[in-house]
Design a protein around this ligand. Structure first.
Ligand code: UDP
Length: 316
């Protein structure tokens, strides 16, 4: 019998992190989940309590991390990740992308572990190239409200590449495009939970701007599969993961009203500062290197997500 591998998932009580914990446990990993719970939620991992391969440590990863025993891979997923959250926690967002990346890289180096950074399509900013390939350097406003997230992730990518080049660390970088699914927070301000919860409550859907801005939505199970494949691959350069099926936010609102059977109307709200006008991943690299392709159709993924939000009590 081969010895089980041990993975550290920072941000493991968050939306993506908790799905990654589930996936790794199903692949026979031991999982250490670390989260300070400022935007994560223990409800996302409570089904794992009692699993002897799972351990939760409540810690801010910008502080020194002490972990005894062997470690095979670090998945650095800790960060506020919705525009509303990183505007609410700007300093924490900058710290977890910079100091948190530094601490977790140092840990990986000390343990001889692999390292995978959760980066973001936000490194492309309000893109001038469409769709966005990995070799596009982006169009980011460093001092705008989103700059705290965008620049922290850009710095994190630079630090990861420095540890790779200077220390020879085995590193991977995934640039994650808009992802949705169960366990998103109903009040995180992102468009998927916002529209679904508004539609279920019979409230108007808040479309920001004229609704012509585009996004491309990937279901969480597809994303986690891609992340796992990337962790096993030998690709050191960043890899986009997302679903290229692009739509306008106005169309998306109509889709949510249709799938929930809601009688909600749509109201216009001001477009947030620096809100990207278009976003669609070029996933040629992931297709080629990882043999990966998103499989979940939007309507089916949205139905599962709607069912999840329906199952929550109003207090959740
Ligand atoms: N959006 C919207 N209404 C909302 C929340 C978001 O119209 O209640 C828009 C937002 O302006 C953006 C898109 O939906 O153009 C996606 O926003 P989200 O916050 O989900 O993430 P982003 O892709 O901007 O990081």
């Amino acid at each position: 019998m081969t010895e089980k591998k041990t993975a550290l998932v920072t941000g493991g009580a968050g939306f993506l992190g908790s799905h990654l914990c589930d996936y790794l446990l199903a692949r026979d990993y031991r999982v250490i989940c670390m989260d300070n719970l400022i935007t994560g939620n223990v409800a996302n991992i409570e089904h794992l309590a009692g699993n002897e391969d799972f351990r939760f440590i409540k810690q801010d990863v910008t502080e020194y991390i002490y972990l005894p025993g062997p470690l095979d891979i670090v998945f650095h997923f800790a960060s506020p990740a919705s525009p509303m959250d990183y505007i609410k926690y700007p300093i924490q967002t900058l710290k977890v992308g910079s100091l948190g990346t530094h601490k977790t890289l140092g840990l990986a180096k000390a343990k001889g572990a692999r390292y995978l950074l959760a980066s973001t399509s936000e490194v492309y900013g309000d893109p001038l190239v469409h769709p966005q390939p990995e070799d596009y350097w982006g169009n980011v406003n460093p001092i705008g409200p989103r700059g705290v997230y965008d620049e922290a992730k850009r710095f994190a990518e630079a630090l990861v590449m420095a540890y790779h080049r200077y220390h020879g660390l085995e590193t991977r970088i995934v640039r994650i495009f808009n992802t949705y699914g169960p366990r998103m927070r109903s009040n995180d301000g992102r468009v998927v939970p916002a529209f679904i919860c508004q539609a279920l409550a019979g409230e108007p859907l808040t479309v920001f701007g004229d609704g012509s801005q585009t996004r491309s939505f990937c279901f969480v199970s597809d994303l986690v599969e891609g992340i796992y494949r990337l962790s096993l691959s030998s690709e050191r350069d960043p890899v986009n993961l997302g679903n290229p099926a692009e739509m306008t936010i106005g169309e998306f609102a109509e889709k949510i009203i249709e799938l929930t059977g809601s009688k909600s109307s749509v109201v216009r709200k001001p477009l947030p500062v620096d809100d990207p006008k278009i976003r669609q991943p070029d996933i040629s690299r992931a297709r080629k290197i990882l043999g990966w392709n998103p499989e979940m159709a939007l309507e089916e993924g949205l139905r599962r997500t709607i069912d999840y939000f329906r199952s929550l009590s109003p207090a959740d």
